[in-house]
Design a protein around this ligand. Structure first.
Ligand code: NAI
Ligand code: 3PY
Length: 321
């Protein structure tokens, strides 16, 4: 059995698959494969371990319906047509849980950095523009006892909420499709409507999947309902916010600041106005980029591949909720 891997991944994953008797081919170039290239490789393989933004759409799935399993090196699966994969009986696996701490840390980092204009001031030092102490310049906002609003209180959202309570005694409100009993009991979190989340959050952090329901949900209308002193954080997917509306909301001071690990498109172009705003911090989608998380993700993905090629139930099948 042959597995195609679309990126260099932590060696442990490759080792596990080879020890299970699989022949592994890795794409080592530092660019995403085109769909044509991906299909061509997959036609000669039995399984696909996909990292990055490769579109696993209807066209791909029909051309590669022989695949015994597709394992994603991510928890997000918005690049995959899950319904079509189900119809074709191709099992799809992902890597939930093991990256929740790392991704929540990134959201927390962005929240804190944005609240103190950290990236902007760092850039000024590099440009030789160190500003002398001025009592009314460069003022940030403090987070203690403020309200953190979580949009999508699943695995990552829960860890972010926990960090915010532990570090700053923040009050937690959340909007989710269902109640999160653990967050309610342990963190005193309160489930609110989407409108209330917008109106009451001092920091609003996005942790849902990108779906038809969440695409562009943070638009002009939503930003207008947020507090003027609030911070918008997105570590989920860039298409959940409308970038033009976000820029306008920041320029008009409808909201105070924004921290983004995800943009639309990725990569963000260097002339994007967001990159020059004092109250904005942007990272290049490094949410899960820790040694620990990526190692665990490689292990989960490899375990999904091994089970899939053997015709066994995947240990971590994508669960659409
Ligand atoms: N920046 C990065 O590197 C990373 C980004 N992510 C993104 O974070 C997302 C969340 O990951 P997890 O917390 O593991 O997923 P999860 O499935 O545990 O949590 C998502 C939560 O959002 C809720 N939800 C979904 N649609 C909703 C809607 N329309 N309205 C309200 N709530 C809704 C779900 O009920 C669930 O509780 C992933 O889908 C992925 O896109 C994940 C890992 C790393
Ligand atoms: O897991 C995901 O969904 C990511 O975006 C990268 O880890």
């Amino acid at each position: 059995m042959k597995v195609f891997v679309t990126r260099e991944i932590p060696e442990i994953g490759i080792k596990m698959m080879r020890e299970a008797g699989l022949e592994v081919t890795q794409w080592l170039e530092k660019r995403d494969l085109t769909q044509k290239e991906l299909i061509a490789y997959c036609l000669n393989h039995d399984a696909l371990l996909s990292s990055g933004a490769n579109k696993i759409d209807k066209i791909f799935l029909h051309k590669c319906s022989h695949l015994k399993v597709i394992a994603l090196l991510s928890v997000g699966y918005d690049n995959v047509d899950i319904e079509e994969a189900k119809k074709l009986a191709i099992p799809i696996g992902n890597t939930p849980g093991v990256l929740s701490g790392a991704t929540a840390d990134t959201a927390f980092l962005l929240m804190l950095a944005t609240s103190r204009k950290a990236f902007y001031n760092h850039k000024k030092i590099i440009k030789g523009e160190w500003e002398f102490f001025d009592p009314i310049v460069n003022l940030g906002i403090e987070l203690s006892n403020k309200t953190i609003g979580i949009f999508g209180l699943g695995k990552i959202g829960y860890v972010m909420a926990k960090r915010c309570v532990g570090a700053y005694d923040m009050r937690v409100i959340y909007h989710n499709r269902s109640h999160n009993k653990e967050a309610e009991q342990k963190l005193g979190a309160k489930k609110v409507s989407f409108e209330q989340l917008l109106e009451q959050s001092d920091v609003l952090s996005v942790h849902t999947a990108l779906t038809d329901a969440t695409k562009g949900i943070f638009n002009k209308d939503a930003f207008t309902k947020m507090k003027p002193g609030s911070i918008f954080i997105n570590t989920a997917r860039g298409a959940i916010h409308n970038e033009k509306d976000l820029i306008q909301a920041l320029e008009n001071k409808t909201i105070w600041g924004a921290g983004l690990d995800v943009t639309n498109p990725e990569p963000m172009l260097p002339d994007n106005p967001l990159l020059n705003m004092p109250n904005v911090c942007v990272l290049p989608h490094i949410g899960s980029a820790t040694i620990e998380a990526r190692t665990a993700m490689a292990k989960l993905a490899a375990a999904n591949i091994i089970a899939g090629v053997r015709g066994e139930k995947l240990p971590n099948p994508v669960e659409t909720r």
